[in-house]
Design a protein. Structure first.
Ligand code: THU
Length: 157
């Protein structure tokens, strides 16, 4: 028997202003996208912004439904829209933000398992690391690749 360990490294910033210009733009796009959420049930507005290798940013927000499971998270709304509209372009980063009562949440919202799996798929498709920015009001976490949020990614098929 061998003991194994997986370490996850990420950066923490105190403010969006600490980010380098390109990351700041993506983080701001995610914050803007929270205003486009349709979340009448949870009132938890999530925004996501996907960056392509050519600099284009596509936004998405959570879309809820009276039949709850029919709704979709912001991340997958953005990722599917991004892939459906620009299938031949590589996605290189995603930023995520959440707000309640018009206020950006203090602690960054962390993506659900299903969204992490979908991010993993597009990272695999592009062959490039997909950077993740989780944006809170006074705490921003930066992960270099999806593997840091989803270790031991399933990609065997
Ligand atoms: N939600 C997201 O959009 N992204 C996540 O990563 C977690 C949760 C949404 C789904 C639902 O509309 C609301 O937040 C409350 O769960």
């Amino acid at each position: 028997m061998t003991n194994k360990e997986i370490k996850i490294a990420y950066l923490e910033y105190q403010s969006i202003d600490e980010l380098e210009a390109k990351d700041k733009e993506l983080a701001q796009a995610a914050v803007e996208a929270t205003e486009l959420a349709y979340a009448p049930y949870s009132k938890f507005n999530v925004g996501a912004a996907v960056l392509f290798e050519d600099g284009v940013i596509i936004k998405g927000s959570n879309q809820e439904n009276a039949a709850y499971p029919s709704g979709l998270c912001a991340e997958r709304t953005a990722l599917f829209y991004a892939s459906a509209s620009r299938p031949d372009k590589a996605m290189t980063a995603i930023a995520i933000a959440a707000s309640q009562d018009g206020q950006l949440c203090e602690t960054p919202a962390t993506p659900c398992g299903a969204c992490r799996q979908v991010m993993a798929q597009y990272q695999l498709k592009s062959g490039l690391p997909m950077m993740v920015l989780l944006v809170g009001a006074h705490k921003i976490w930066k992960f270099e690749k999806i593997d840091d949020l989803l270790p031991l990614i399933f990609d065997s098929i």
